[in-house]
Design a protein around this ligand. Structure first.
Ligand SMILES: [Zn+2]
Length: 338
């Protein structure tokens, strides 16, 4: 995510009436707090093995979330942060940072091939912005004819560090959410996108919204767009499984989907709703489209290794990240079938 004071801080807080928590967020939080600690009636069946009395049959969202496993999370994180090399045709490449053009290109190819492995076609869209060459990765899971469009996104680049939390955690989430969704037949089309050049000014997402998303809107109308969910820094926790959904009252159906998803899977994540920008969901807002950002309880700058060389996998809590991906998967299922 962007450092504070860059671009979207300028003059935006006044216009957006920056508020720490919305009233709806408080209600959401109360519901989640109740549901987080016990398998109570109305709180779903307790997710991963909870002993709920009168447990309801598994929902589609619950089944999809249950398939998210820690070994896949660790595998993607290891490849995206240079712990393990990736195969680039006939040679091995180590992605030890994702700031240089060659490393960003390698990371884009890793993402595209990972989508292809789970039978979701992906393409790398090159673009030029700010004197730099960028590589967005777009993978699409088509819905039924006449369905709407949802974007599930994260950012590809880092500030020339390993960028484990920022944002290999988000990249891992969109890969595993895609894998869970691929086994379903969603009514709506789900686009999984890894945006390049986020850290230097949201270039990849701005380019994408101005081209691909605008084309969908022109072709199918505004009502055909459900919105965009960005995951940025979702793997650091210090003693509490809490997280933040940045909505600024511009999330469309996304915040309600997260509340429902948390209940259905009995998520241990305590989610609060705030107004938060500084990531790739902002260009959607600028275009007047619904969007939100999911981030961990440290809320960007509270992460001790934010934009530092120590942003490595060792700093992350993989169990917490799994819960965050499960929640994202369940919310995506609900949005894609609604
Ligand atoms: Zn960042």
């Amino acid at each position: 995510m962007l450092r504070a004071g860059f671009r979207y801080d300028r003059g935006r807080r006044e216009r957006r009436r920056w508020r720490p928590t919305t009233s709806r967020g408080k209600i959401t939080l109360q519901i989640l707090l109740v549901c987080a600690f016990a398998a109570l009636p109305g709180c779903g069946s307790g997710g991963t093995g909870g002993e709920a009395p009168n447990a309801e049959p598994d929902s589609v969202a619950e089944s999809a979330a249950a398939g998210v496993d820690e070994s896949s999370i660790r595998r993607h994180l290891a490849h995206l942060t240079g712990e393990v090399s990736v195969s680039d045709g006939d040679r091995d490449v180590t992605i030890s940072e994702r700031g240089s053009e060659s490393a960003r290109r390698a990371a884009a190819e890793y993402m595209a091939s990972s989508f292809a492995e789970i039978s979701i076609p992906a393409r790398i869209r090159e673009f030029e912005a700010g004197g730099l060459r960028g590589f967005n990765v777009e993978a699409t899971l088509p819905g039924e004819e006449g369905g709407k469009h949802l974007w599930v996104t994260a950012h590809l680049d880092s500030v020339h560090n390993a960028g484990a939390n920022d944002d290999a955690s988000g990249l891992t989430s969109i890969l595993l959410t895609a894998e869970a969704l691929e086994e379903l037949d969603p009514e709506h089309t789900v686009h999984f996108v890894a945006y390049d050049l986020e850290e230097v000014g949201l270039f990849g997402s701005s380019h994408h919204v101005g081209s691909t998303v605008s084309a969908v809107r022109e072709r199918e109308g505004e009502k055909a767009i459900i919105g965009a969910l960005q995951s940025d820094m979702i793997a650091y926790e210090e003693g509490r499984f809490d997280a933040v959904l940045g909505t600024c009252d511009q999330a469309g159906p996304i915040d309600d989907a997260f509340s429902r998803a948390a209940r259905e899977i009995g998520s241990p994540i305590k989610l609060r709703e705030v107004c938060l920008g500084r990531s790739d969901h902002e260009p959607f807002w600028d275009a007047g489209l619904p969007a939100a950002v999911l981030t961990d309880g440290a809320v960007y700058d509270g992460y001790p290794c934010y934009h530092k060389p120590c942003d490595t996998v060792e700093e992350l809590n993989v169990s917490y990240l799994r819960s965050m991906i499960q929640l994202t998967t369940a919310a995506t299922v609900l949005l894609a079938e609604a």
